[in-house]
Design a protein around this ligand. Structure first.
Ligand code: PLP
Length: 375
């Protein structure tokens, strides 16, 4: 069966009441068997595992064609544990426009742990080869990237990393398994901020790692989850499982809306450039067309003709697009990334990042029409 069917019908909790949908099981502790050692229900303490988290991890592993999944309280909690699985002296290659807080984690939380990293343009495979050192253990990718919407050729990066005995992580928060399943391209671990499209309604914070195989690193990371305890609550897991049932219904609307907005904005005289993988003008359009199925995602960035003030003015004049951080919800958002990332960020001053929601696209285009008239 296709995953859209399996997500609805498999891995649900049956509590004997006949309830059609899964209950939320809030209990932190579970009853032992008569021998004092066994746990007949399969669970013993909620930090280690609980029925709602178990359901969620099974569903997420299936969505990404993975062997196993470890879920966390946020996307960054998931990223932190990947870095914890490295050793002092290890080196990481990161994309030059990686999600900004990934770098901040390494610079602050890991500053005393002897990890180093090099930033490269992941669309330049020669630059990647040159950046790999004898002590490089991890090659990190994020595609499409944030906020420059660069598309990485995952199969090519995975092959180069394997030649050098590095493991690979793809932050698949933006492409989601609806458009790209990185494990199928040879990537070892998929990271999600489930806060975004998987949650889909801007009301759940969460993260997950999905593994191509349940190897030693999977075992270590699973142990970090149980012992470190940065876990999602049963309620978060239940709500996310609820969101996953409508995932394949929401996603085509996000990408159709993004595609139409991109085409409209690209033709507008007050817009300098539109960065969207579905446009033939996108520098990695061919890679995207090969790697992404079902569409090109719901995220685009625009470079407004003008400066920082012009970009901020446009964001302010829009009425349907809320000027707010984050993405992947049913509502459209727009954000001036440089303001968030700070003056050290390489993000252009005139860049606005758009998360296309699932509203009627005519209304979204009309909103831009009126806002662009007034700047
Ligand atoms: C939001 C986001 C994260 C961080 O996830 P949180 O759930 O906010 O911790 C990581 N990567 C990408 C690409 C994101 O968009």
């Amino acid at each position: 069966m296709e995953f859209s069917t399996r997500i609805i019908h498999e891995d649900n909790i049956k509590d004997g009441s006949g309830a059609v949908m899964s209950p939320i099981i809030l209990s932190t502790t579970f009853e032992r068997g008569q021998d004092g050692i066994s746990y007949p229900g399969g669970f013993f303490y909620s930090r280690y595992d609980n029925p709602n988290r178990h359901s969620l991890e099974q569903k997420l592993a299936k969505m990404e064609n993975g062997a196993g999944c470890v879920s966390f309280a946020s996307g960054l909690a998931a990223a932190t544990v990947v870095f914890q699985s490295l050793k002092t002296g290890d080196h990481i290659v990161l994309p030059d426009d990686t999600y900004f807080s990934i770098r901040t984690i390494l610079d602050t939380m890991f500053s005393g742990f002897g990890l180093s990293y090099t930033l490269v343009d992941m669309t330049d495979l020669d630059a990647l080869r040159k950046a790999i050192q004898p002590n490089t253990k991890l090659v990190w990718t994020e595609t499409p990237s944030n906020p420059l919407i660069k598309v990485t050729d995952l199969a090519a990066v995975a092959a180069i990393a394997k030649e050098h005995n590095c493991f690979t992580v793809t932050d698949n928060t933006w492409a989601t398994p609806y458009y790209t399943k990185p494990i199928e391209f040879g990537i070892d671990i998929v990271l999600h901020s489930t806060t975004k499209y998987l949650g889909g309604h801007s009301d759940i914070l969460g993260g997950a790692l999905i593994f191509g195989e349940n190897n030693q690193r999977y075992e270590f990371i699973k142990a970090c989850q149980k012992l470190g305890g940065a876990v999602p609550s049963p309620y978060d897991c239940w709500l996310l499982c609820r969101s996953l049932t409508t995932f394949v219904a929401r996603m085509p609307i996000h990408s159709n809306n993004a595609m139409q907005l991109a085409a409209y904005l690209e033709a507008h005289p007050k817009i300098d450039r539109v960065l969207y993988p579905g446009l033939t003008s996108h520098p990695q359009h061919e890679v995207a067309a090969r790697q992404m199925t079902n569409g090109f995602g719901g995220m685009l960035s625009i470079l407004v003709k003008g400066d920082r003030a012009t970009a901020l003015q446009l964001a302010d004049k829009l009425q349907l697009f809320t000027h707010a951080t984050s993405l992947g919800g049913v509502e459209s958002l727009i954000e001036h990334r440089k303001s968030i990332e700070g003056d050290l960020s390489p993000t252009p001053d005139n860049l606005l990042r758009i998360s296309a929601g699932i509203e009627d696209v005519k209304d979204l285009i009309n909103d831009f029409e009126q806002a662009l008239l007034s700047i």
